[in-house]
Design a binder for this molecule. Sequence first.
Ligand SMILES: [Zn+2]
Length: 285
Amino acid sequence: MLSLFDDQLFMINKLSACVLGSSSSGNSTVIWNEKSSILIDCGLGPVYITEQLRELGLRIQDLDGVFITHIHSDHVNEATVRNLHKHCIPLYCPSPIEVHLLKKYRSIADAKKEQFLNVIHKSDVELDTLTIRAFEVPHDSDGGCFGYNVFGDLNGKTKKISVSTDMAEVTESALEHIADSDIIVIESNYDVEMLERSGRPKWLKDRIRVGGHLSNDQCAESILQIMNRSQVLPQMMALAHVSKQCNTNALAYDCTVSAMDKHGMSQTTVCETYPQKPSRTMSIS
Ligand SMILES: [Zn+2]
């Protein structure tokens, strides 16, 4: 039982998110409060993740869990998985991707027997002061792809952070899950014209457009739809997984912010993300 002192020590006053890095070379987002911390994906190297967490006043050995969205290698870094295992930090994945994760990543398969990998079935995962819910999104990855809602209590009110970085389109179900979030991390992957002019083979362009990722225009349109069905509008939003070859942060930002401005929805702060640099910290208090 907590003493009065402990109770004050662990008072939850703030819920925060930071995209530690996001691109086709690696993705990881940390979500934390005064008592708990989790990662969504671990696609960046162990030294980088450890250093960025330290900058935020967090320690890798204190993480409560790491949630995997899908099996692509920019979301799961083998060296980081081994480091998480060394620190006894559990991995979590939705049940449809379990078999594919085990097949693709030797480090996860080796550690499976020690309950290192926890499979999420239908129900939410309760980890200390945070509740995590997976929801399916379309993306061409074996076993499928998932976004996550993270719920945390703040002064008696439930706050919600949603992270979804790889989506071919924003389905009705994804819109429902992301609506009413206080913080949203969503991808704005490519600029339509830059992709067209990129010199990439047609099959790759089609893969990105049809089964892979959201364009800036699709992202902006989805954000309007999310806001239209929300009672609570997001305070902050980060545009993630911005393609290095077929997009720029300025194009992604301008597309979403001008759409929001046009519809009188300019109260949300929109943040950029970077391949090898953390986004600004997004906090609700
Ligand atoms: Zn992917």
